[in-house]
Write a protein that binds this ligand. Structure first.
Ligand code: PLP
Length: 408
């Protein structure tokens, strides 16, 4: 049997310094040694439970990282100051001058920009492919390819990657599968499905309160040790260290993640179904007409639902913008980027989170300028929220428009 991510996390007991039920926040950049020989040894190799300097390891960060490893079923994990830090450190650890990455085209805008514009400065080229087309993924692999990169549920189109097929291809070519699971913590367990490394923006669902940015990398003990190596490690040398106060607050929030994910999914499923019934084009993996609905049903940890993200396609940017302004006015949520918050957040990906991607490329990906991406909140009365959205649509008169009524 594969691990149970939520219950395993519930079973992860932490004893604080004085037996506290939460770890003590280690308010120290550096740590003392009773013996100089131990210090010298720690520079040579990792020693479990031994701390040197907070950019290397910090006890509070270690407590959060261990909790993430338990949740993912990985041997180890490392936490970082942002999701982008986790992604850039993991990829830069694996690929250098002359190496290549094969990546899905429909990825987070920041990651796309990192691969497309930043990593080529260091001699790392990325072949972007349609991640749904596994034949194209395999064809893009060259002798220089070090990894396949994808998002388990892609941003913003909510396509669900075939992780077992991608990992099979990666391993047959002797390379790694790196998966960004930011949209689907607990819902999808990439390592159970064959992935080698999972990266997260903890900023989103895992923390859930939008009070900080943070990230994580989960993988083998060997890989995590490589990242913190004092002479060659990407997190050690690039230095995107998470502050221990934040690590402690994220860990506290993470213990309610299973309850929150179920509610996000329940609410998003409800809105997706009701909005689709109005004749609107809705992208949500929990809808029967979503192209990867059956596929996701097979891969997912069922009890957590199909996630909190849905996309409503208003076809035109002006309509998307008007709807978002009305929804903010009607207290549906906030016009803001980011996701995984207890309030609903919405933005138009084409002109915000995916704006790093050129317009022609956006069209190639299937992004429509009228898309409204919604991260559905933890609303207790989602029917009331639905009625508020419906009133906005009624006031805009769009429900009378034939074009929008085409049932997809
Ligand atoms: C937000 C996000 C990131 C980047 O994370 P930060 O914490 O903002 O650095 C990466 N991937 C996905 C899918 C995201 O949504």
């Amino acid at each position: 049997m594969t691990h149970n991510p939520a219950q395993d996390l519930q079973d992860y007991l932490i004893f604080g310094e004085y037996g506290g039920v939460n770890p003590s926040v280690t308010d120290s950049a550096t740590f003392t040694f009773l013996d100089p020989a131990t210090m010298a040894e720690l520079f040579e190799h990792e020693m479990e439970g031994c701390f040197l300097y907070s950019r290397h390891w910090n006890p509070t960060n270690k407590a959060l990282a261990d909790g993430l490893a338990v949740m993912e079923g990985s041997e180890a994990a490392q936490v970082t100051a942002s999701g982008m830090a986790a992604i850039s450190a993991a990829v830069m650890q694996l690929a250098g001058q002359g190496d290549e990455v094969v990546s899905g085209r429909t990825i987070y805008g920041g990651t796309y920009a990192l691969f497309k514009h930043f990593l080529p400065r260091f001699g790392v080229q990325t072949n972007f492919v349609d991640i749904q087309d596994v034949t194209a993924v395999e064809a893009a692999i060259t002798p220089n390819t070090k990894l396949i990169y994808c998002e388990s549920i892609s941003n913003p189109l909510l396509q669900v990657a075939d992780l077992p097929a991608l990992s099979e291809i990666a391993h047959r070519h002797g390379i790694l599968l790196v998966v960004d699971n930011t949209f689907s913590p607990l819902i999808i367990s990439p390592l159970d499905l064959g992935a080698d490394i999972v990266v997260y923006s903890l900023t989103k669902f895992i923390n859930g309160t939008n009070d900080t940015v943070a990230g994580a990398i989960c993988g083998s003990k060997e890989f995590i040790n490589q990242l913190v190596n004092v002479t060659s490690g990407a997190t050690m040398l690039l230095g995107p260290v998470l502050d221990s106060f934040r690590a402690a607050s994220i860990l506290r929030n993470m213990h309610s993640l299973h309850i929150r994910m179920k509610q996000h999914s329940r609410n998003a499923q409800y809105l997706a179904e009701r909005l689709q019934t109005l004749g609107l084009t809705v992208h949500y993996p929990g809808l029967l007409n979503h192209p990867q609905h059956d596929h996701m049903t097979r891969l997912m940890n069922e009890e957590f639902g199909y996630g909190g993200m849905l996309v409503l396609d208003m076809k035109e940017l002006a309509l998307a913008n008007e709807l978002m302004m009305r929804m903010q006015e009607a207290k549906v949520g906030y016009l803001a980027v980011s996701l995984g918050f207890y309030k609903t957040l919405f933005s138009a990906p084409g002109s915000s989170t995916s704006s790093e991607i050129p317009e022609e490329e956006q069209a190639r990906m299937g992004l429509s300028p009228g898309m409204v991406r919604m991260s559905v909140g933890l609303d207790d009365d989602i029917e009331r929220t639905y009625q508020r959205i419906k009133r906005c649509l009624d006031e805009m008169g769009v429900l009378e428009t034939e074009e929008l009524r085409i049932v997809n």
